[in-house]
Design a binder for this molecule. Structure first.
Ligand SMILES: [Zn+2]
Length: 134
């Protein structure tokens, strides 16, 4: 059996580090989010891991990071969600908020449906979407 050769990688002379600046609110939200996810998915976090999530979630609003985290804590089953999965979860969570009936609606009382006369049979009522959900 031939001995295994060795491979050496030449380091670039000027190693460029990725540095990204974030607002204090972003950092606080991200830290809180990762603490929760880390606890829930039993996945310890390294500084590099936090940096990776910060880069992956750059541009996401701080309260949206927490919204996505909440959603994932309720729905995600396996493994620590990636930054991209947090972004996907945020989309779904925002859609759910948009679709939620307005609790203060006087017409439907928050159910999202109202009764109106059936067009073909006016003696019967038909449940239709309330204006607050359209
Ligand atoms: Zn309504």
């Amino acid at each position: 059996m031939e001995p295994l050769g060795s491979v050496s990688f030449q380091k670039p002379k000027k190693e460029k580090k990725i540095t990204v600046k974030f607002s204090r609110e972003f950092s606080v939200a991200l830290k809180h989010s990762l603490d929760l996810l880390s606890a829930a998915f039993r996945q310890p976090f390294t500084d590099l891991g936090v940096q990776a999530y910060a880069i992956g979630l750059d541009g996401v609003k701080p309260d949206h990071i927490l919204l996505a985290t909440k959603y994932l804590l309720k729905t995600h089953r396996e493994f620590m969600p990636s930054p991209a999965q947090l972004r996907e979860a945020l989309k779904i969570a925002l859609e759910q908020i948009e679709q939620a009936p307005t609790p203060a609606c006087e017409v439907c009382g928050g159910t999202g449906f109202k009764m109106q006369a059936h067009p073909d049979n006016p003696e019967n009522n038909l449940a239709v979407r309330c204006e607050c959900r359209k």
